[in-house]
Write a protein that binds this ligand. Structure first.
Ligand SMILES: *Cc1c(COP(=O)(O)O)cnc(C)c1O
Length: 423
């Protein structure tokens, strides 16, 4: 498989280089030069386990990760369940949060960490993974990379703006995981990370990689739960499937589009966002105008410039009309998010997290008669207890224990970041 940059088609690299670099040349994203198609009987088999998952991923890694190694990595990556839970008439939640940090990002982070670990076992230069987080990414990356040889992880998070639960997940591990608390916002953390990636001096000193969904090794395995769900749906005799994907950087949604293009039968996608509606505005107007993010109750989707947009454009040759045919979209307010949490709880005795609630509204709006609606349950409600308690006062969350806190605090300036990275 050959990858190129969305901003520079002259660049051509294999999976290994794409995964180790993270960001492609001229600040583009890595995309396959040509999308593969799934051959053989993978879709016809009765199970979707590590072997089948490895066949899917092998289309994208090529010989850079041998099938046998991939199967082992996927056996560890997919070691928890992805249940489809009925939450309304013809409506299901695909719960992606039964991994160690209770959000879907565990899948990508576990795959990426093991793949990088495999690559790093073949050379002796240490890799530094640098990542900015509003909460869930940091937790999944910290957990996935803990004790991976040859990789040091640095996680930047905005001081006081992640939930207590999320902060514990990032700061209680230690080892090769360094949590860095920044006096600033998520956007500040993100721009510090970007600055590091464009700092040639720093890159001479250390090999840097990113663990956001721009990285192919984190983004591509997110195709797999659509495959897993497809098998479950077949067993349940359900078809004509529409997915509503609560979206921020659009990694999950783009992975779904990839899954469809390589062979999965999916009727349509719904992009559900909170008030950060850059993509939704694009769908209606054809103009893509990034803007600063605004804070909402579904804070893992507070993204004003969705990074995977470039991949979606590439997939459909910049054709706005085709994009509209494949993806519907809507933006949901915080008030409505709370109403939906309350409504699903009263009607179905099911507690959905704020991100899932945004996705549910996508089904309510766009699901048609005869379609099976699935909302991706991107995080456990336990991670967003303070929002849920606004409408379900009895909702309780256990705070994870472990109180040895490993974190550095820095000011919002680049020199402080470099100091910590070099220390
Ligand atoms: C990261 C995240 C999202 C957004 O996913 P993208 O792939 O960035 O669109 C949605 N919900 C939760 C809970 C998340 O952690």
């Amino acid at each position: 498989m050959i990858y190129t940059s969305t901003n520079n088609t002259k660049e051509k690299v294999g999976f290994r280089t794409a995964a180790l670099n993270g960001l492609a040349s001229e600040r583009g994203l890595y995309v396959p030069v040509k999308m593969p198609r799934l051959k053989g009987d993978v879709l016809g088999r009765n199970t979707f386990g590590p072997e089948e998952a490895a066949e899917v991923m092998h289309l994208f890694t090529g010989a850079d990760v041998p099938l046998k190694v991939l199967t082992d990595i996927l056996d560890q990556t997919l070691s928890f369940d992805f249940p489809l839970v009925k939450i309304g008439k013809d409506k299901y939640c695909l719960e992606l949060f039964h991994g160690p940090t209770k959000a879907f990002k565990d899948v990508g982070a576990r795959f990426m960490s093991r793949t990088l670990g495999y690559f790093k076992a073949q050379d002796d230069q240490k890799s530094h993974v640098l990542v900015a987080t509003s909460g869930d990414t940091g937790a999944a990356v910290a957990n996935g990379f803990l004790n991976v040889e040859g990789v040091q992880v640095h996680i930047l998070f905005p001081k006081g703006k992640v939930s207590e639960y999320q902060e514990k997940q990032m700061t209680t591990l230690g080892g090769n995981i360094q949590a860095i608390e920044v006096e600033g916002t998520f956007d500040d953390c993100q721009s510090l990370v970007k600055q590091a990636f464009s700092d040639d001096q720093l890159k001479k000193e250390m090999s840097l990689s990113s663990a956001n969904s721009i990285n192919v090794a984190r983004f591509l395995p997110q195709m797999l739960y659509y495959f897993n769900a497809s098998k479950q749906l077949k067993d349940m005799g359900l078809e004509n499937v529409v997915y509503s994907v609560p979206s921020g950087n659009f990694g999950n949604l783009t992975a779904g589009l990839y899954a469809k293009i390589i062979g999965l039968n999916i009727t349509k996608f719904i992009a559900s966002t909170n008030k950060n509606d850059t993509f939704i505005k694009y769908l209606s107007s054809g103009d893509y105008i990034p803007k600063p993010s605004v804070l909402t109750y579904s804070n893992a989707m507070d993204v004003g410039a969705p990074s995977n947009f470039a991949r979606i454009l590439k997939l459909y040759n910049n054709d706005w009309k085709t994009i509209n045919e494949n993806i519907k979209g809507l933006s949901v307010s915080d008030e409505l998010t709370l109403e939906i949490i309350q409504e699903i709880y009263s009607n179905s005795d099911y507690t959905i997290d704020p991100h899932g609630a945004v996705g549910y509204q996508g089904l309510t709006t766009f699901q048609e008669e005869g379609e099976t609606g699935i909302v991706l349950g991107t995080a456990s409600p336990l991670k967003f207890a303070s929002v849920i308690q606004k409408v379900i006062p009895d909702f309780q969350t256990p705070i994870s224990d472990g109180d040895t806190v490993f974190k550095k605090s820095i000011q919002n300036n680049y020199a402080s970041l470099v100091d910590v990275l070099m220390s």
